[in-house]
Design a protein around this ligand. Structure first.
Ligand code: BV8
Length: 320
């Protein structure tokens, strides 16, 4: 999918004042949400009314849903793994990675579990994956600490393979398999039985579950500690960029106010003018309305130059 960067309508005076502030900024934060990956073809949580098939996506992202129907929850996550593996980081992912390479005091807090920022080469020590990753799996047994990172096997077990439609007349080859989009409620979901779900190789008892943070679960302590240590340093925070997030989920959304309390100016990038952080917008803040994949590279160009297609080398796609 070619990313033709249409010349965005960023008001020149806003672009100028933002880039002047960025040039002066030493300690910078970014808070990322699903909107950052929207132009990579990945649905946001709010997109499609927050539904996956007929289910509230936020309800599926809970330990209760997994205990009730682990097959359905695994179909939801296997689908998202498949989509993310077949998506590509966009220029905004690369631009943020470039700024991180240039400024070691630029810390990025991501709510995204899609793996696109790591694949864009974002330095891992400056990228805080607050809600985990689709490509980590762990045992669901309370007393088992089994964790496997960077599992890109797709599907993770044969029973989670996407149903296909071999009768698609539009194909010219003899048998061209077309994967069916199971996020569409009109597509039948294959039966998945408990014994076909991924099992923990360590305790041999528990089911494996996606290595993401579900609602009602604590955030990864080490990640939260790292962020809190960095924000608690005596120096001011000069800027926080709030990119493609509705900033409604906590504790993640709370970092906007913590940065503000440390002197930060706020720059929001969002397609929806109404999706400003709950604390509201102050006079010397910026709201850049539009597609993050187009606006973010433009905003950061003064610091990192142009993001050219040849710069967009996609990293971690080991097993596809
Ligand atoms: C916890 C991983 C302690 C899984 C996720 C304080 C107040 C109120 C509630 C709470 C509170 N503290 C805690 C809570 C409860 C809860 C919470 O916040 N609930 C919300 C719904 C009110 N928080 C928790 O449960 C957290 N844990 O608090 O533990 C505890 C422990 C025990 C008991 C009690 C408490 C855990 C939260 C983490 C949950 N896991 N993800 C998975 O992904 O499946 S959250 C998940 O949803 C995402 O990670 C993200 O955080 C959130 C979705 O938000 P966004 O990413 O912003 O996406 P969204 O679709 O909403 O918006 C997209 C935006 O992009 C829009 O603004 C749109 O306009 C814009 N956009 C679209 N296209 C583009 C674009 N912008 C630019 N360009 C585009 N092209």
């Amino acid at each position: 999918m070619a990313f033709t960067a249409a010349r965005p309508l960023i008001p020149p005076q806003d672009l100028k004042s933002f880039q002047e502030h960025l040039a002066r900024s030493k300690r910078v934060l970014a808070l990322l949400g699903a909107g950052l990956s929207a132009s990579s073809g990945l649905p946001t949580f709010r997109g499609a009314g927050g539904l996956w098939r007929t289910h509230d996506a936020m309800q599926l992202a809970t330990p209760e849903a997994f205990n009730r129907d682990p097959g359905l929850v695994w179909q939801f996550y296997s689908y998202r793994r498949h989509m993310a593996l077949n998506a590509k980081p966009n220029p905004a992912h690369y631009a943020l990675a470039e700024l991180a390479k240039k400024n070691p005091e630029f810390i990025t807090i991501s709510q995204n579990v899609d793996g696109l920022s790591p694949r864009a080469g974002h330095p891992a020590n400056q990228l805080k994956l607050l809600h985990g990753s689709l490509f980590d799996v762990k045992c669901s047994e309370f007393f088992c600490n089994y964790l496997e990172t960077n599992n890109y096997t797709d599907p993770i077990v044969p029973a989670l393979a996407l149903p296909t439609d071999e009768s698609d007349p539009t194909t010219n080859e003899a048998i061209k398999v077309r994967e069916l989009d199971i996020s569409d409620e009109n597509v039948d979901l294959p039966e998945v039985s408990l014994r076909d779900l991924p099992r923990c190789p360590q305790c041999q008892r528990g089911l494996l579950r996606p290595g993401v943070v579900w609602f009602g679960e604590w955030l990864p302590r080490d990640v939260q500690r790292d962020i809190d240590r960095w924000t608690a340093q005596p120096e001011n925070i000069d800027l926080i960029m709030v990119i493609g997030t509705s900033a409604k989920v906590y504790p993640a959304a709370g970092y906007v106010d913590s940065a503000r309390n440390k002197g930060a100016r706020v720059a929001v990038v969002n397609t929806d003018k109404n999706d400003a952080p709950q604390g509201g917008m102050y006079t010397n803040d910026w709201f850049f309305e539009g597609d993050a994949a187009v606006i973010v590279p433009e905003l950061l160009k003064s610091e990192i130059g142009e993001i050219k297609p040849e710069d967009m080398r996609d990293g971690e796609r080991t097993s596809v």
